[in-house]
Design a protein around this ligand. Structure first.
Ligand code: KIV
Length: 276
């Protein structure tokens, strides 16, 4: 695998669902981060991140919920609009929240269209394998690129009995492989592999023609995704599979304490920060 990103040949060219597929054929790693607002979308876009995912993880990291289940379609549309304004090059993928694609393929497609039409998303992501084939096919027929998501699917928390690593044991491995194949066959342009053993993720990635993007799935995927709060150390804790690349939580608290201290000691605002 080369470490050249999808952007290196033509830095300013917009990333598309098609160019994401090309990246795999050229053996180029894909980089995806979650983003929920204009500010971070602009920073990540400028930094050359290939895909921005408006993840339903916003339920956890932005809204403070215990699960992603309460997130609504309206909320994802709202956040997607902000991210789209900050993304000049990155492909913006909007997560379909729980309940927005489970009723029927028609309802799912209607909701995917809203994410594109009202949110400005360029692709949507949804969780589930073989049992989501019809839904994926229906959305793809509406000309909307779909990213699959198999393995540990957080919206299935109640069915899984917690956030458990998937794909362990022979039956589990077969299930994940079948799900990934089904998602590809249904027309998805890429697939997130979450919370599965690294060797299985490598096998799935070698088997599929479409790129896999891993989170807690080891180094054998075609790309990697992290939640921005984990990347930047903005949460109280970081999952073991995620790497903290900055400690912005501690830095932010330090800045807030310094500000409070200066206000209380009447040092801010000083002359330099006042109008004459
Ligand atoms: O919602 C999200 O952030 C996700 C990623 C973890 C892939 O689905």
């Amino acid at each position: 695998m080369s470490t050249v990103t999808v952007s290196s040949a033509a830095r300013e060219q917009r990333v598309t669902a098609r160019s994401v597929g090309r990246a795999k054929r050229r053996d180029q790693r894909l980089v995806m981060l979650t983003a929920y607002d204009f500010c971070f979308a602009r920073i990540f876009d400028t930094a050359g991140i290939d895909l921005l995912l408006v993840g339903d993880s916003l339920g956890n990291v932005v809204q403070g919920e215990d699960t992603t289940l309460p997130v609504t379609l309206e909320e994802v549309i709202y956040h997607t609009r902000m991210v789209v304004r900050g993304a000049k090059r990155a492909l913006v993928v909007a997560d379909m929240p729980f309940g927005s694609y489970h009723v029927s393929p028609e309802d799912a497609t209607r909701n995917a269209i809203r994410l594109v039409k009202e949110g400005g998303a360029q692709a949507v992501k949804l969780e589930g394998g073989a049992f989501m084939v019809e839904v994926i096919e229906h959305i793809v027929r509406a000309q909307i690129p779909v990213m699959g998501h198999v393995g540990l699917t957080p919206q299935s928390i109640h069915q899984m009995g917690g956030y458990r690593v998937q794909g362990r044991g022979e039956a589990g491995r077969l299930q994940v492989m079948d799900d990934a194949r089904a998602v590809q066959e249904a027309g998805a342009f890429a697939c997130v592999l979450e919370g599965i053993p690294a060797d299985l993720a490598a096998e799935v990635s070698a088997e599929l023609a479409i790129p896999t993007i891993g989170i807690g799935a080891g180094a054998g995927c075609d790309g990697q995704v992290l939640v921005l709060h984990d990347l930047l150390g903005l949460n109280d804790w970081t999952p073991s599979f995620a790497k903290q690349y900055a400690g912005l939580g501690a830095l932010t608290a330090k800045a807030a304490r310094a500000f409070a201290d200066e206000v209380r000691n009447e040092k801010f605002p000083d002359e330099a920060h006042s109008y004459r």
